[in-house]
Design a protein around this ligand. Structure first.
Ligand code: CA
Length: 589
């Protein structure tokens, strides 16, 4: 009896300790269902998916903030992520909580009503990881489903966190970082699949896309972007070049629930020196359509066959139903690093049309009007002879690099940043280009050149009339994502640190705010307690911040039309986190 009582007391004690640990961190946000994700377009108040909806339009139906009152926008709170390594993320907003990621895949859950931190997940990393990060320790965001938050770490792990506490529920290794496989993108949840891609195109990785079960973390399928022996397309690779051929999958895809097609972009060829892998090299620099349930490739569209200029094709397309030549078309729209904007039929991958987004493209003489296949200007392809080829337009950063576009379906306009610069490429002789596990595998040196006074251009393009509507130039490159709203606004940021709102029809800047560091992230908007807010991460870092000198930073800024009422600002369910011995009694006992 006595023994039993003491066991009972012990159990109660353990339970009490457990509860005391949990209490300060507990939030009670509602679960996110498959239907919630499918209906993200009808959910005015939240931002549930990386691209806002599966169609990736980054278009909000909110209208409270509009061209007439946007000049009154003011910061209502801000949050520091506590480091200066660069922010490229898109926040997720659900049930009064904002989830953001910072460099090194740190995840923060914040009370949307006042910016107070609910929890912080700080992944631990192995020594030596820095040597396999091509472009800084950046991360682009989380995914949410059920009661879990999914994040990819730099050392290629998929981690599922309890959305209410930030504790790790499970984690899976998705690749060997020592091979140069890393991860920087936000996962995409489709039904019960967490779909992930990998980075490492500069390290001789063979790209793949994977699906894990959202609940259990079990691996469901793995699809290589480069066909192996016996698979269709394998013949487009000479010898064993397919083994280290690139085609990585470092961004987030888009999804059409009606067609049940998942769309995922692929990166540059490996090594960069295309002279060493003659052939189309399927499926590098391509758009792939996959069955999300099996990983089977439905079709592929290759933007840049035998890609040799670091023209990654990773940006997920915007899915839009538009009328072209009087016919309804289910389109996939993507502005590419190779300097062209593509409109494809997303049912079957057929080319519809493309337009150049930068001046003076010279790596291609043009595109085949029927297929969109580039007519390559071979004089602009670096060969393994040590000779520098320059100036090649566009430079390897694009065109449109990774930063997301936005689409306003009322206007039929896409809004995207593109950059006007050139490069020189010098390919090494074949004898000097050897694959070594975990080492840079490029075989090419490069130099970037400024072209004129304005490198960056935010452009609006009418996809139905096939014409550019406006162009907002910037002296520095533009590397931020874009948000469009039904009220006729477009939000983006620049490298000087300005977060800005533009008129969707004219491109006129209606409002701007200095955030203290350059902006390389993507804006979102949401509604809380009946009021609309806009949020952006500010903090220069990652690629291509090393080209310029500008203050670093690491903040989430939230803007609204009014200051938060004091009672709201002071409330929330956040409680002090236990910090042992931080405060001592005085006088000391
Ligand atoms: Ca690349």
């Amino acid at each position: 009896m006595k023994i039993k009582n003491s066991i009972k007391a012990l159990l109660i004690g353990i339970l009490a300790v457990g509860i005391s640990f949990l209490l300060p961190l507990t939030v009670t946000a509602a679960s996110v269902s498959t239907e919630d994700l499918l209906n993200a377009d009808k959910n005015k108040s939240e931002w549930l998916i990386y691209g806002h909806t599966y169609s990736n339009q980054r278009f909000s139906p909110l209208t409270q903030i509009n061209p007439d009152n946007v000049a009154n926008l003011r910061p209502v709170w801000a949050f520091s992520v506590g480091n200066l390594d660069g922010l490229e993320g898109t926040p997720i907003v659900h049930d009064g909580v904002i989830y953001i990621t910072a460099a090194y895949a740190h995840v923060f859950a914040l009370d949307a009503r006042n910016g107070r931190m609910l929890w912080h997940y700080a992944p631990k990393y192995p020594d030596g990881l820095g040597t396999v990060l091509c472009c800084g320790p950046i991360n682009r965001g989380v995914a949410i489903k059920g009661d879990l938050i999914y994040v990819l770490t730099l050392d290629a792990r998929l981690v599922a966190l309890d959305k209410n506490t930030g504790s790790v529920v499970w984690e899976r290794t998705i690749g060997d970082w020592q091979e140069g496989i890393t991860a920087t993108g936000a996962p995409l949840v489709v039904k019960d699949h967490v779909i992930v891609g990998i980075a490492g195109g500069e390290y001789g990785v063979r790209g793949y896309i994977r699906s894990y079960n959202a609940k259990t973390g079990d691996l469901e399928w793995n699809t290589f972007t480069i066909p192996g022996p016996g698979e269709p397309g394998h013949e487009t690779w000479p010898g064993d070049t397919w083994m280290h051929g690139g085609g990585t999958t470092w961004q987030t895809g888009s999804y059409d629930p009606e067609l049940n097609q998942l769309y995922w972009g692929t990166g540059n060829g490996g090594p960069w020196n295309s002279d060493l892998r003659k052939g189309d090299n399927l499926w590098i620099s391509s758009l792939l359509s996959l069955d999300p349930d099996t990983g089977k490739i439905n079709w592929g569209y290759q933007y840049t066959p035998n890609e040799g200029w670091d023209y990654d094709g990773n940006n997920a397309p915007i899915l839009a139903d538009i009328t072209i030549d009087g016919k309804p078309v289910k389109a996939a729209i993507q502005s590419n690093r190779n300097g062209f904007l593509y409109v494809l039929n997303r049912v079957n991958g057929e080319f519809i049309y493309a337009v150049p987004t930068v001046e003076g493209i010279n790596w291609a003489k043009g595109l085949d009007p029927k297929t969109g296949r580039p007519i390559v200007n071979e004089a602009m392809r670096p060969l393994s002879n040590g000779k520098t080829v320059e100036p090649i337009v566009p430079g390897l950063e694009g065109g449109t690099n990774w930063f997301p576009m936005a689409y306003n379906p009322d206007l039929g306009y896409v809004f995207f940043a593109t950059n006007q610069w050139a490069m020189g490429l010098t390919a090494h002789p074949a004898s000097e280009v050897k694959y070594e596990k975990g080492k840079v595998y490029m075989g090419v040196d490069y130099q970037m050149y400024r072209q004129g006074p304005a490198i960056g251009h935010l452009k609006a393009f009418d996809v139905i009339k096939r014409k550019f509507v406006w162009d907002m130039p910037s002296p520095l490159f533009l590397f931020a994502g874009v948000l469009a709203t039904k009220s006729g606004l477009v939000f983006t940021g620049d490298q000087f640190g300005f977060f800005m709102a533009l008129d969707a029809l004219s491109g006129k800047v209606l409002w701007k705010f200095q955030t203290g560091s350059g902006i390389n992230a993507s804006p979102i908007t949401y509604e809380l307690d009946g009021k609309q807010y806009v949020a952006i991460l500010s903090g220069l870092g990652g690629d291509p911040s090393f080209y310029i000198q500008s203050p670093k930073g690491g903040m989430l800024w939230v803007f609204g039309l009014e200051n938060l009422p004091p009672d709201v600002a002071g409330s929330g369910n956040w409680q002090p986190q236990p910090v042992e011995n931080a405060l001592k009694d005085y006088p000391p006992k």
